[in-house]
Design a protein around this ligand. Structure first.
Ligand SMILES: Cc1cc2nc3c(=O)[nH]c(=O)nc-3n(C[C@H](O)[C@H](O)[C@H](O)COP(=O)(O)OP(=O)(O)OC[C@H]3O[C@@H](n4cnc5c(N)ncnc54)[C@H](O)[C@@H]3O)c2cc1C
Length: 385
C-alpha cells in the first residue's frame, strides 16, 4: 500500500528502520534475556536527532506531528517493543509539558529532551488507581513557595532512568477528578526514590518501577498549568499518545508476519514448503490484511490529529484498540505457523508474542478503549435522534 508519505516522512521512516535493523535487532534477544535498559540505543536515537520529533523547533525539536511519531514508533517496534516503549514513554512524560506547560517550563525541560540528553516518565498509576484514574491518592500540599508530595506511583515506565517525571497528584481532596494536578518532579529532588525493577512477561528492555514520594518538596513553579488540571492533562496526553501504541502494534505484527512467512517458505513437511498448504496461506492472508487495516487506521487517525481537530478521543481510542488486539492475534498466529520452532526462544516470534500482550494493557486497557468508544457513540446517537 502506498500511504502517500512525503519525502521527509519517508526519510524519517528509513532512518528509524536503519537503526532498528543495524542497532536494535542484533541485540534485542540479549536485552530481553538480561533485562538490560537500552541506553546505547537511546544514544543512537539522540545522535540521529530522533528524540525531538514532536517537540517544536523553538525548543530544539523537529516540530513534527503525530503521523511522523507513529512512523518512527512503527519502525522501532519492528525490532523491539521494549526499546520502542522506552522511547515512547519519554514522549508520554513530555506531553503534559508540551500541551499545558508554561513557557518557562518548556524552555527548561524540552530542549534537553529533544537532544536526547534526558528521558521523561509519566506517573499516573497507583496500586488502587489503575483503570480508575480518578482514584489517585498521591497528595500535593502547598507549603509557601513549595508543594510537598506524598504517595507511591506503580509500574512507571522509565522510572529511575528518567530525569523528568510528570506526576499526577491530588491538590483538592474530595473534588474527584477535578481535584488532581500535574507536576514535574525531577529525579534528584529530595524525597523521591524508586522501587525495585519489576520482572515482566515482555518488553523486558524497558524498565518498570515504582516512584515513591515521601515529603518530596518541589518549588511551586513545577505545577503544570493550574491546580485541578491534572485529569484533563492526563486525558489529553493519552489521546495524543494512543495512536503511537497502535503504531507499535503495527510494527510488531508486521515483523511477526515477516518471520512466519519466511519460515513457511523454508520449512518442508509432507514434501513441500508449508507455505504451499492453503491452511497456512489463509492464516498469512488474514494476518497481512489485518495489519494493513490497522496501519491504515493508525495513519489516518494520526493525520486527523495533525489537522488539529477540537475532539479526537474516540478516534485515538480506536487507533489503540484495533491495532493492539490485532497484534496479539497476529503474533499468536505467527507462533502457530512456526509450530515448535515458534515456541523456542531461539526464534524472535516467541518474544513478539510476549511483547504484544502489554499493548492491550498499558495506556488504558482495551476494555477501557471500548468504554470510551461506546460512550462517544452513545452521545453521537443521542444527538441523531
Ligand atoms: C509494563 C507496564 C508499564 C506501564 N507503564 C505505565 C506508565 O509509564 N505510567 C503509568 O501511569 N502507568 C503505567 N502502567 C499502568 C497501566 O497503565 C495500567 O496497568 C492499566 O491502566 C490498567 O490498570 P490495572 O493494571 O490496575 O488494571 P485494573 O484497572 O485493575 O483492571 C483489571 C481488569 O479489569 C478491567 N476493567 C477495569 N475497569 C473496567 C471498566 N470500567 N470496564 C471494563 N473493564 C474494566 C480492565 O480492563 C482489566 O482487564 C504500566 C503497566 C504495565 C504493566
Amino acid at each position: 500500500m502506498d500511504y502517500l508519505l512525503t519525502e521527509e516522512q519517508q526519510m524519517l521512516q528509513d532512518l528509524a528502520r536503519q537503526i532498528s535493523e543495524e542497532r536494535i535487532k542484533p541485540i534485542r534477544a540479549r536485552l530481553d534475556e538480561e533485562e538490560l535498559f537500552p541506553w546505547d540505543i537511546m544514544a543512537d536515537l539522540a545522535q540521529a536527532d530522533l528524540c525531538g520529533t514532536i517537540i517544536p523547533e523553538e525548543y530544539g525539536g523537529l516540530g513534527l506531528g503525530c503521523l511522523e511519531n507513529c512512523l518512527v514508533l512503527e519502525a522501532l517496534a519492528g525490532a523491539c517493543v521494549g526499546v520502542a516503549t522506552t522511547y515512547a514513554a519519554s514522549f508520554l512524560g513530555a506531553y503534559p509539558l508540551l500541551l499545558f506547560g508554561s513557557e518557562e517550563q518548556k524552555q527548561r525541560y524540552l530542549p534537553r529532551l529533544a537532544k536526547g540528553e534526558v528521558l521523561a516518565a509519566f506517573a499516573l498509576t497507583e496500586s488502587q488507581a489503575g483503570s480508575d484514574a480518578g482514584a489517585v491518592a498521591t497528595t500535593a500540599v502547598k507549603d509557601g513557595a513549595f508543594y510537598v508530595l506524598n504517595g507511591t506511583k506503580q509500574w512507571i515506565t522509565n522510572a529511575g532512568e528518567a530525569e523528568i517525571n510528570t506526576v499526577i497528584a491530588v491538590t483538592s481532596p474530595g473534588k474527584g477528578s477535578r481535584g488532581a494536578s500535574a507536576f514535574v518532579v525531577e529525579k534528584g529532588d529530595p524525597g523521591i526514590s524508586f522501587g525495585k525493577k519489576e520482572k515482566k512477561m515482555g518488553i523486558r528492555a524497558s524498565v518498570t518501577r515504582e516512584i515513591i514520594l515521601e515529603d518530596c518538596r518541589i518549588p511551586k513553579d513545577r505545577l503544570i498549568s493550574k491546580e485541578g488540571m491534572g485529569f484533563i492533562a492526563t486525558m489529553k496526553t493519552l489521546d495524543n499518545a494512543r495512536p503511537g501504541a497502535g503504531a507499535l502494534a503495527v510494527g510488531l505484527a508486521q515483523s511477526a508476519l515477516d518471520e512466519a512467512a519466511a519460515f513457511a517458505k523454508e520449512r518442508v513437511q509432507f514434501g513441500q514448503p508449508i507455505f504451499a498448504f492453503q491452511a497456512v496461506q489463509h492464516m498469512l492472508a488474514d494476518m497481512a490484511t489485518k495489519i494493513e487495516a490497522a496501519r491504515a487506521l493508525v495513519y489516518s487517525v494520526a493525520r486527523y490529529i495533525d489537522s488539529k481537530p477540537r475532539e479526537y478521543t474516540k478516534a485515538a481510542a480506536m487507533a489503540k484498540l484495533f491495532p493492539t488486539d490485532m497484534a496479539m492475534a497476529v503474533t499468536v498466529d505467527a507462533v502457530q505457523i512456526m509450530g515448535g520452532h515458534g515456541y523456542m526462544r531461539e526464534y524472535p516470534v516467541e518474544k513478539m508474542m510476549r511483547d504484544a500482550k502489554i499493548l492491550q494493557i498499558y495506556e488504558g486497557t482495551n476494555q477501557i478503549m471500548r468504554n470510551i468508544i461506546g460512550l462517544a457513540l452513545n452521545k453521537e446517537y443521542a444527538r441523531k435522534k
